[in-house]
Write a protein that binds this ligand. Structure first.
Ligand SMILES: Cc1ncc(COP(=O)(O)O)c(C=O)c1O
Length: 373
């Protein structure tokens, strides 16, 4: 029996599926290096991959060693995450009872939404922002209440307050992806005053400072999400965590699949915390490259740059040549993220890389279009 969803009528196996899932558009992920290299017919090592806000340095040597030396991959990880929660508590300064680790902060986003969202419940997001809030809301059967950011990508706190009665939670990334700006002073109090579950996603906070995690034990409706994907270069292992009111942490520990993060991610997270001094030196190097890249791009005068506190630079191109610039860079093996949706018309996001990668990007940008094809 063939399956079909034509004209909204599901047949075959899809007739058994939750109707709201048939309308999902899916998440637009980035493509892996080997796929890009094969498409271009060049070696993977020649690809400059600045489209995923990944850490170009890879895991710390201590982490690689710990993964190689570990002997218990045949065992399930501790479902109570005891060692991990203790280490994360020491790293964040917030009690272990507030901490839940997961398979990337993506898993925490999904768990939180499944915990609070019932069919048709509203979740506020403030676009342009990270796509997983909308994606996971829709998977959970919820409804996105969109309160777009204002000029300069600040939060519209009045708009959020007005929309709050139609929602159960709000998700805000700080610094925001893709625009790079952190939560403005005073905005957090306005968000908390709505009484919604306020989720502050600090995926990039090691690059910016200014975490609000220490406030979690004093607030009933504040959750902070963190990840090892960016500062500790563990994106491929899926290693994230949330800091939340103890009662919510207990609930998530009850409802989550018992063995996430997997044991390799656990080993790597613990080793990365031991190696944090070296990893933070690399974070500093990435911040230095972000500044160098911003300064160099500002001179090009073909784009408007927005101040970024994260590991990337965000720009709006003039003259509608975002797509052409993106394609021109790609032909030279340099991959950056191109956006052309409402609020993100003709925009590019450049992840900060190594000094050599910045040089390759700048060289590629300065080439006249006719020389690059
Ligand atoms: C704002 C934000 N939150 C979360 C994530 C995903 O984090 P993780 O890799 O821990 O799932 C990203 C990844 O780019 C992000 O930009």
């Amino acid at each position: 029996m063939a399956s079909d969803t034509t004209a909204g009528t599901a047949t075959g196996v899809l007739s058994l599926v939750q109707p709201h899932l048939l309308e999902l558009l899916g998440y637009a992920p980035i493509e892996p290096t080997d796929v890009l290299a094969e498409r271009l017919g060049i070696a993977p090592d020649d690809i400059v991959k600045l489209d995923g806000n990944e850490n170009p340095y890879g895991p710390s040597p201590g982490t690689v060693q710990a993964l190689a030396a570990f002997r218990d991959y045949h065992r399930y990880p501790d479902p109570q995450q005891r060692a991990l929660r203790t280490a994360l508590s020491e790293y964040t300064g917030v009690g272990a009872a507030h901490v839940v680790a997961g398979a990337g902060s993506d898993e925490l986003i999904d768990l939180l939404l499944r915990a609070v969202v019932g069919p048709g419940d509203g979740v506020i997001e403030c676009p342009p922002t990270f796509g997983m809030y909308g994606f996971s809301t829709r998977v959970a059967g919820g409804r996105i209440v969109s309160v777009p950011r204002t000029d300069g990508y600040a939060l519209d706190v009045d708009g959020i307050a007005a929309a709050a009665s139609d929602a159960k939670a709000i998700f805000v990334a700080s610094p925001n992806n893709p625009t790079g700006n952190p939560l403005a002073a005073g905005d957090l109090e306005a968000l908390l005053a709505t009484g919604l579950l306020v989720v502050i996603d600090e995926a990039y906070v090691e690059f910016s400072g200014g975490s609000v995690a220490h406030l979690v034990p004093q607030r009933e409706n504040l959750v902070v999400l963190r990840t090892f994907s960016k500062w500790a270069a563990l994106a491929g292992l899926r290693a994230g965590y949330g800091i939340m009111p103890q009662a919510l942490a207990e609930l998530l520990m009850q409802m989550k699949p018992p063995y996430t993060p997997n044991i390799a991610a656990e080993v790597a997270m613990l080793a990365s915390l031991d190696d944090r001094e070296l990893l933070m030196e690399r974070v500093e190097a990435i911040v230095t490259e972000r500044k160098r890249l911003s300064d160099a791009l500002a001179v090009l005068e073909t784009m408007t740059l927005y101040p970024s506190a994260a590991n990337f630079v965000f720009a709006r191109l003039h003259n509608g040549d975002g797509a052409a610039t993106h394609a021109r860079l790609a032909r030279q093996g340099v991959f950056v993220r191109y956006f052309d949706s409402d609020g993100l018309r003709d925009c590019l996001r450049f992840s900060a890389g190594t000094p050599e990668q910045t040089d390759r990007l700048l060289d590629a940008l300065r080439l006249p279009a006719s020389a690059a094809g």
